[in-house]
Write a protein that binds this ligand. Structure first.
Ligand code: GLY
Length: 422
């Protein structure tokens, strides 16, 4: 099988690595990929937002499956363009990707499908914003309705900060969604969907704040781990029954079936499991940890989702091991990022047992050296018999990486590694 991966972050590197380990895969192409993906795939400088160009590349390389990683190309209709060229594509149509592209739309679908989520108000003026903030009270949850590259959500007890975020969205011509705050730990569950059938992967937890102890600004995610020893054993089944299947059924009923991965962001609240958000693609960095435990070869699974035959797949096989991903971020992230610093030590990190390193914001400079070129630069993944060992391994790998001014959290999976299970 020949696969084209669209995107160039650590999530796409994790997908490409899984394809590289799949005996059914004969060639991997990436558009545009990154230097890490380039070690296992052929890279093409094709704009991932250009559906016609991606479809033409897929035809040219004889792809049997195209996998679109990031949300922006999905919302822009890249999966539609690939399917229109007659090539199976893992990723929702532009219409179905609106589950991520508009938070107000996602809420409307959840409401119609009876999916448990926070109460919310859609605001298009400052007066509606003020009323909604008063109605729900602190902590305030203020979201940009549209895609905002991980910067759309502010959760704060400071009303002025909440108002300022909402005002900035309105001033830019956007729409604001204000929600009731959900207490309780958050979980990410990826549900593979083929338009009718839902197959859940294993739950993971992401660390969204920049610094240890959940301090600092929100980021795209600074680390993740799986499994979750503290979560109910029935979580996946419950979420499929109460969230993913009703949502997929509702999307099919509307004539916009959802094919791809429905990323269900959940809060396990004191009142029960509630949806925090939907995304229409794999999460980053959770995917780096989740795929490290998947033993079933990935290509056939995603092809089945793309072709509407998930229901015929045997049950997925999972390693009992744990996996921990720690993100190394560039100087300044999540603010103004400094690019061009040299990265060293990846080979030494990967010589540690159970460690692999995935590239995100990396490129090669004129002299051929690997340098940082984005906010989240690398994901270091440790796999071990339990979370404590996986964590130790990830941090042993990190100790080898050199990148001036970089930072990473030191508490990824720390509390979970101390949870005692029966
Ligand atoms: N880890 C959060 C996200 O992928 O949106």
């Amino acid at each position: 099988m020949i696969i084209l991966v669209v995107g160039g972050g650590a999530r796409e590197h994790a997908l490409a690595r899984a394809f590289h380990l799949d005996p059914a895969v004969t060639a991997i192409h990436a558009a545009p990929g990154n230097p890490g993906i380039g070690r296992i795939a052929e890279l093409h400088s094709v704009d991932p937002m250009d559906g016609s160009a991606v479809a033409a590349l897929a035809t040219e390389v004889g792809a049997n499956l195209v996998v679109v990683g990031p949300e922006a190309p999905l919302v822009a209709g890249v999966a539609d363009a690939v399917r229109a060229a007659g090539i199976p594509c893992f990723g929702p149509s532009a219409q179905a990707a609106m589950l991520e592209g508009s938070k107000a739309f996602a809420k409307e679908v959840m409401d119609a499908a009876g999916v448990p989520t926070a109460a919310s108000r859609v605001c298009t003026s400052q007066s509606e914003l003020g009323t909604a903030l008063r109605e729900f009270g602190a902590p305030h949850v203020v979201k940009d309705d549209g895609l905002a590259a991980g910067k759309g959500v502010v959760v704060t007890s400071d009303r002025d900060e909440a108002l300022a975020h909402g005002d900035a969205i309105l001033a830019a011509g956007g729409t604001v969604v204000v929600e009731d705050y959900l207490d309780g730990p958050e979980v990410s569950l990826f549900c593979l969907c083929d338009g009718t059938t839902v197959v859940p992967l294993k739950p993971a937890q992401d660390f969204k704040r920049a610094y240890d102890g959940d301090q600092g600004l929100n980021t795209g995610g600074m680390g993740a781990y799986t499994p979750l020893p503290w979560a109910p054993a029935t979580l996946e089944q419950e979420v499929v029954r109460t969230v993913a299947q009703p949502t997929v059924d509702e999307m099919a009923r509307r004539g916009t079936p959802f094919q791809g991965v429905l990323y269900v962001g959940l809060a396990l609240t004191s009142k029960g499991t509630r949806v925090v958000e939907f995304n229409a693609r794999f999460g980053d960095p959770e995917t780096q940890a989740v795929l490290a435990r998947l033993e079933t070869p990935l290509a056939g699974v995603l092809l089945a989702a793309a072709q509407g035959s998930l229901g015929e797949l045997p049950t997925l096989k999972w390693s009992d091991d744990s996996a921990v991903t720690v993100v190394i971020a560039a100087h300044g992230y999540p603010g103004e990022v400094r690019s061009g610093d040299t990265i060293t030590g990846i080979d030494e990190a990967e010589a540690e047992p159970g460690v692999h390193v995935l590239h995100a914001g990396t490129s090669t400079d004129g002299a051929g050296s690997l340098v940082a070129s984005g906010g989240r630069v690398l994901s270091v993944v440790g796999k071990g018999e339990n979370l404590a060992q996986a964590r130790d391994r990830a941090y042993a790998g990190i100790a080898h990486i050199g990148l001036a001014g970089s930072h990473h959290r030191t508490d990824i999976a720390l509390n979970a590694a101390n949870v005692v299970t029966d």
